[in-house]
Design a protein around this ligand. Structure first.
Ligand SMILES: Cc1cc2nc3c(=O)[nH]c(=O)nc-3n(C[C@H](O)[C@H](O)[C@H](O)COP(=O)(O)O)c2cc1C
Length: 333
């Protein structure tokens, strides 16, 4: 590569369609599979805490396949200096964006001042954003709720976003419900507080120059299309994981691609060499197949497909042969 080439900054990330960070779900194997289905979706890692990176095994947490790009690293933390160090590690590992988690309501993370509880500390969040922006050239973004219990006024949301904006944040991923920090489990906090797209919309109106990505409860690409009339992008979590074949239509339907839509069978065939390499490296095939169960639903053989890859896979000495049986079920689909 010529020097002139290497000094060009990479094109800005396209956030029209993002796959949400999800602990235990969007690990590197799921992301590799998701990338086979969509070339354009922006993928996020699971949340990685600053503690895990600074005191654990960073290689384990940052490891990814080059094919997963474009890829964003989500960090959990609230210490500006630690976040700056971790952002550097992320940038050095090739991530194109660092996203700070201010939306996770779990008790465990609250004790460490991570996640949604940060919404009560806008100045701290702004300091974190600034420290990371000063440390790296890659984009720094924020994922947050529209409020938390006791701090759910629109004016407080405006203050939170405004302070982060002043610290240099341009992209906000808005999970359009509040988080209730006591009494609800993280799972309940993804369903019980009502969705308020109107508030996210108001935010976009009041901050027209910011990139606002809508998250929460979006199920279909038709819904995405509707929201894209108002928002700069959409982020899907559960729908993308539970029904991953939805990702196959993203590039054409939302991102203007003219490439043909990959079939289920083609996607699984393309995953086979990756699965084989993982096995050869001493991994278990289940690490990968647990993420692809949703590929088969609503047609004959779908149950058998899931049985093979979620139950039988644990019992066989020849997991690849079983993978091939599952592949056969997808022939013509
Ligand atoms: C299993 C699971 C794990 C999650 N882990 C994270 C996480 O690590 N970081 C984060 O910001 N949000 C996390 N979330 C929340 C999602 O990113 C997303 O905001 C939420 O599910 C709402 O979007 P959806 O309705 O499209 O699923 C998680 C959600 C699920 C279902």
């Amino acid at each position: 590569m010529s020097t002139a080439h290497s000094t060009l900054s990479p094109s800005p990330l396209n956030r029209t369609f993002c796959v949400a960070p999800m602990m235990d779900w969007t690990d590197r194997h799921f992301r590799y599979f998701a990338r086979l289905l969509s070339q354009r979706a922006l993928l996020y890692t699971e949340m990685v805490t600053t503690g895990a990176l600074l005191h654990g095994d960073p290689q384990r947490f940052l490891q990814h396949h080059p094919l997963e790009h474009p890829l964003a690293l989500q960090l959990g933390g609230s210490d500006p200096a630690e976040l700056a160090l971790c952002a550097r590690m992320g940038a050095a590992a090739g991530y194109r964006e660092v996203n700070l988690n201010a939306g996770c309501p779990s008790d465990r993370v609250q004790q460490n001042m991570i996640g949604a509880c940060l919404m009560a500390h806008p100045q701290r969040v702004a300091d974190c954003i600034k420290a990371m922006r000063d440390a790296v050239d890659i984009e720094i973004t924020l994922k947050h709720r529209i409020g938390i219990n006791g701090r759910d006024q629109y004016s407080e949301l405006v203050d939170f976003v405004g302070q982060a904006q002043e610290a240099g944040c341009r992209t906000f991923i808005v999970h359009a419900r509040i988080a209730i920090l006591e009494g609800l489990s993280p799972k309940e906090n993804r369903d019980i507080p009502p969705l308020r797209y109107d508030i996210a919309q108001q935010l976009k109106q009041d901050f027209p120059d910011l990139e606002i990505i809508l998250n929460g409860g979006i199920e279909t690409l038709a819904d995405c299309q509707t929201h894209l009339a108002t928002f700069d992008g959409v982020m899907l979590g559960r729908a993308a994981y539970n029904n991953p074949y939805l990702l196959a239509f993203v590039d054409q339907h939302l991102c203007g691609s003219t490439a043909p839509i990959i079939s289920r069978h083609q996607a699984l065939s393309a995953l086979r060499p990756y699965a084989e390499a993982h096995l050869k490296a001493g991994g278990s095939l289940h690490h990968i197949t647990r993420h692809i169960l949703g590929l088969a639903q609503g047609f004959s053989g779908a149950r058998r497909f899931r049985q093979l890859l979620s139950v039988d896979i644990h019992k066989t000495p020849q997991p690849l042969a079983l993978f091939d049986q599952a592949l056969k079920i997808l022939e013509g689909r």
